[in-house]
Design a protein around this ligand. Structure first.
Ligand SMILES: [Zn+2]
Length: 166
């Protein structure tokens, strides 16, 4: 697998082949660490984009598509996804998310659970076409101490929430 440079939310760059595998193996740490885990999946703050509550649901196995899931993974997946969505609503008050998966990624299976905040619609509009510009804006402009603190606080709130309900 080709290695590529990937820069975390604090601006540190590392060379990684598959981000999912690198986090699983502990070669890199997601911002604030794992938020919640099921038998076959894990969830963490997005590695690159400093938006509070931008959660990545990732398979523990290196696979590309939902049609590679075993029966057990299928059942585990939908429960875990629903639990994460509920956590974003209850712990962070996030009313709307976009759920996105790209199969043509160099990293293994992961889902973006992308929260929508009022400032996003105001600056960038709605729907899927607004997501990439928002991410680029956040990557360029939101690595400030104040915003990184918000990201960290969101991670802590989610961790506490999932610890309570597990
Ligand atoms: Zn992988």
């Amino acid at each position: 697998m080709n290695k590529q440079n990937i820069t975390d939310i604090k601006g540190q760059t590392k060379k990684i082949a598959c981000l999912g595998c690198a986090i699983q193996k502990g070669d890199v740490e997601s911002p604030g660490g794992s938020i919640a885990s099921s038998k076959y999946f894990d969830a963490h703050q997005d590695y690159e984009i400093p938006i509070p509550g931008f959660i990545i649901l990732v398979s523990k196995r290196h696979l590309q598509s939902v049609d590679e899931f075993s029966e057990a993974e299928q059942r585990d997946f939908i429960k875990f996804l629903c639990r994460l969505r509920s956590g974003l609503r209850k712990a962070l008050g996030i009313k709307v998310v976009y759920i996105i998966q790209e199969e043509d990624t160099s990293h293994h299976f992961h889902i973006w659970i992308f929260p929508r905040y009022a400032w996003m619609a105001k600056e960038f509009g709605h729907k899927i076409q607004s997501v990439r510009p928002i991410m680029e804006y956040a990557r360029e402009n939101l690595k400030t101490a104040g915003n990184l603190k918000k990201v960290e606080t969101a991670v802590q709130k989610l961790k506490r929430f999932f610890k309570r309900i597990l």
